[in-house]
Design a protein around this ligand. Structure first.
Ligand SMILES: *[C@@H]1O[C@H](CO)[C@@H](O)[C@H](O)[C@H]1NC(C)=O
Ligand SMILES: *[C@@H]1O[C@H](CO)[C@@H](O)[C@H](O)[C@H]1NC(C)=O
Ligand SMILES: *[C@@H]1O[C@H](CO)[C@@H](O)[C@H](O)[C@H]1NC(C)=O
Length: 493
């Protein structure tokens, strides 16, 4: 009898558990009924148009599930903007012009740092500029280079002088010139990859192979900006003045810094998003085919043409910042796609320009910068660059049509950034090809979701797709975003 009652209890227990489980799971289903069921989408055999709409829906669903805080840019280290202190090298005689570049990127009460000048300037309160200080005296140092200027000594000591101010909670010192423009969120993204408690010297070389041979491939160019981790700055401060006396013949401040790094035995951690831009002319070729890495700096902005040809230099940068504000991680990121009906190759440099070319240019060509710019050594040819380039097309039919970013806004309902890129009306070349001319377009509308965590994934170009629109429409609609499985840049005929 005992054993049978035991059995009955067990049976009841199991039954109760089953009922509880059913209740629990049905409740669960009720609660999660607004969760999308993507599988039904995938089974549909849809036409292209429907597929495009679907893909957007799927993208939306994926991102809604993530719901990560937008300011969480960091990868391995939780480095934030407040951990970085800028040391900006400036000169008093150019201050009135150059301070306008600093205003473009400086965020009052957010960015920390100091501008180091050679002598006092008149300054107004609330100009939205960093604190100004006068560099320490360097007359006791030897300087024997005939081409350079003694100011190199003062500028070389910007990092250590900034460190000696004793600011709290500093992980990195970021050196830049007064004509360097930073995308500060991308700086945070790059520095977050490195352990700030170790010795790091982060920056990049020059675009000019000749410059790099002359100075060093191991040197971070000062105008492109370089970062020194706090412990390295501390170690540098102990030896820099002695070190500088050993190299009186060097030209500038950044080669002096590299000489001391060599004595410390710390190599350059090269990051191709820092841009010295030792070039003349139009940056379009370089900015239209940016390496797949966050854009951190732009330099020599007085030397090159304004990046938007219809605006002046400072206005151009302010205009670019409108795109940066929407999706800093994607600024200047290239995507390549084709209009298969009109045989056009499309290369987008997000937030800046869309280039449309008749005919099919392969991605391996399009990801190579076109030589719209000249070498720092004006007589040098293309072999004097430190990277691959391609010539500007000679055939008038192969000339790229340029659509520069005109407006950009965020659509909170679609959760998309809508950019309007307007055709730059230069005189179209005479072309006899029987291919539609991109001249018929007035504007290109580019939609893209903000992607603040893109650099936490492996580096990859975004994909783009030409969205269906009626012919004889003066606008072309393009979607940009991370590639779907199996999606590549190809013209499938
Ligand atoms: C910066 O902070 C100071 C003091 O907290 C405040 O008076 C000033 O208005 C702030 N400026 C900006 C641009 O937020
Ligand atoms: C944007 O387009 C309008 C209208 O075509 C034009 O007047 C304006 O100059 C353009 N602005 C830029 C920055 O391209
Ligand atoms: C072009 O196509 C878009 C989207 O299909 C539409 O909203 C717009 O009104 C069209 N414009 C013209 C001039 O047909």
């Amino acid at each position: 009898m005992h054993s049978s009652s035991k059995k009955r209890t067990i049976t009841w227990l199991i039954l109760i558990m089953i009922v509880l489980y059913i209740l629990y799971s049905s409740n669960f289903l009720l609660l999660s009924k607004d969760k999308p069921d993507c599988s039904t989408f995938k089974k549909l055999d849809a036409t292209t148009e429907e597929q495009l709409e679907m893909s957007e829906k799927e993208d939306e669903d994926q991102e809604d599930e993530k719901e990560l805080p937008l300011d969480q840019l960091s990868q391995r280290q939780d480095t934030k903007l407040e951990h970085i202190v800028f040391g900006i090298a400036a000169s008093s005689n150019l201050w009135d012009i150059r301070k306008e570049y600093i205003k473009v990127w400086w965020k009052p009460n957010q960015t920390r740092g100091v501008v180091w000048l050679d002598s006092k300037v008149r300054s107004e309160a609330n100009e939205g500029l960093p604190e100004i200080r006068i560099s320490g005296d360097t007359t006791k140092f030897k300087y024997t280079n005939r081409q350079g200027q003694r100011s190199a000594l003062r500028i070389s000591r910007v990092v250590t002088e900034t460190m000696k101010l004793g600011m709290k909670d500093v992980r990195w010192f970021m050196m830049g010139d007064d004509d360097t423009v930073f995308v500060v969120d991308n700086l945070v993204r790059i520095l977050s990859k490195y352990d700030h408690t170790q010795f790091f010297y982060v920056g990049s070389s020059s675009e000019s192979h000749v410059q790099n041979i002359h100075f060093s491939y191991a040197m971070a160019y000062g105008g492109g900006g370089f970062a020194i981790s706090y412990p390295l700055a501390k170690e540098l401060a102990k030896m820099q003045d002695r070190c500088m006396q050993r190299y009186p013949g060097l030209y500038g401040s950044d080669d002096r810094m590299q000489a001391c790094m060599a004595e410390l035995g710390v190599p350059l951690s090269k990051e191709p998003g820092f841009h010295q831009y030792d070039v003349y002319g139009d940056l379009l070729g370089l900015l239209g085919a940016h390496p797949v890495t966050p854009l951190v700096t732009l330099h020599h902005l007085d030397v090159v043409q304004p990046i938007f040809p219809m605006l002046n230099r400072v206005q151009s940068l302010q205009h670019l910042m409108k795109s940066v504000k929407q999706d800093s991680g994607s600024i200047m990121q290239q995507s390549i796609c084709y209009d298969k009906n009109r045989y056009w190759s499309i290369s987008i440099s997000w937030g800046f320009v869309v280039q449309v070319t008749r005919g099919v240019l392969s991605p391996r060509e399009l990801e190579m910068p076109t030589r719209t710019f000249l070498n720092w050594y004006k007589r040098a040819d293309y072999t004097a660059y430190s990277f691959n380039t391609r010539p500007v097309a000679k055939n008038p039919c192969q000339k790229a049509f340029l659509f520069y970013m005109n407006r950009t806004r965020y659509d909170p309902i679609k959760k998309q950034i809508i950019g309007t890129y307007s055709r730059y009306k230069s005189k179209p070349p005479h072309c006899t090809w029987r291919v539609d001319s991109p001249e018929d377009l007035d504007s290109i509308i580019v939609s893209k979701r903000p992607d603040p965590l893109r650099w936490q994934r492996s580096p990859r170009r975004d994909c783009c797709r030409v969205l269906p629109a009626r012919r004889k429409n003066s606008s072309m609609y393009i979607w940009v975003g991370s590639c779907r499985e199996g999606e590549i840049s190809e013209l499938s005929l």
